[in-house]
Design a protein around this ligand. Structure first.
Ligand SMILES: Nc1ncnc2c1ncn2[C@@H]1O[C@H](COP(=O)(O)OP(=O)(O)OP(=O)(O)O)[C@@H](O)[C@H]1O
Ligand SMILES: [Mg+2]
Length: 217
């Protein structure tokens, strides 16, 4: 099917801890269209983080996988991962340096990404001088700045209060729709599901429900 941009079939992941086996994913299949915003929901431990943490489930060679991750994929992690000794703009620039963006372009693109998330006045603040919502917006700017095709957000609102959390997810949706990014977003928060195009519900390592929300609009 032409509109299957990412497709996975029969994903299985077992974690082995001594003599215990944890079946984190049991036969998970899904596909996603280009530019689609897919939310992944489910209780703690249901396999959401494992779902995208896909080292062993791809057919790409390690070198091709590294290149794919570096150039075409960005992550916003479950816990803040800003470097505390670098300012907002330096955090963004560090990530862009990894894809060989330099000089004037580096400055321009990092400022543009921080403007897109409404942080033009806070670019030179250190993470400790930013609110939780602002830190999460820096992490979003950092993910956007290298212009990836796919962005994976793991609980981007997990550490924010609900009102700010909704604003952050609205921002993610607006920017990613405008820039036609394909998004996989993990969340526990029922109050943001109206912002998805589609929601997959994961339970004990299986998809047990799928809902269409905005039909890609
Ligand atoms: N490195 C690991 N070694 C062993 N077991 C693991 C490992 N990582 C995750 N697990 C187990 O696999 C299952 C799925 O974990 P995963 O991190 O994917 O859950 P999650 O849905 O992201 O949960 P949360 O909402 O709490 O982040 C859990 O039972 C967890 O204990
Ligand atoms: Mg998780």
């Amino acid at each position: 099917m032409a509109n299957e941009y990412i497709k996975a079939e029969g994903l299985v992941k077992d974690y082995i801890l001594g003599t215990t086996v944890v079946h984190a994913l049991r036969d998970v299949s899904f596909s996603i269209r280009q530019g689609e915003i897919l939310f992944l929901m489910g209780p703690s431990g249901s396999g959401k983080t494992t779902f995208y943490n896909d080292e062993e489930i791809t057919k790409l060679k390690p070198s091709a996988l590294t290149k794919f991750r570096k150039e075409r994929l960005s992550y916003v992690f479950q816990f803040y991962s800003l470097i505390p000794t670098l300012t907002a703009i330096e955090n963004v620039q560090l990530m862009m340096g990894l894809v060989d963006i330099k000089g004037k372009e580096l400055k321009q693109k990092s400022e543009e990404a921080l403007r897109a998330v409404g942080l033009e006045e806070r670019m030179n603040n250190f993470p400790s001088q930013l609110s939780g919502g602002e830190r999460q917006r820096v992490a979003i700017a950092r993910a956007l700045a290298k212009d990836p095709e796919v962005i994976i957000f793991d609980e981007p609102t997990g550490q924010l209060d609900q009102e700010i959390g909704i604003k952050v997810v609205e921002l993610v949706r607006d920017i990613c729709k405008e820039k036609q990014k394909t998004v996989i977003l993990v969340t526990h928060d029922q109050s943001v599901t109206h912002l998805a195009d589609r929601v997959l519900h994961l339970h004990s390592g299986r998809i047990n429900k799928e809902e269409s929300v905005n039909n890609g609009k």
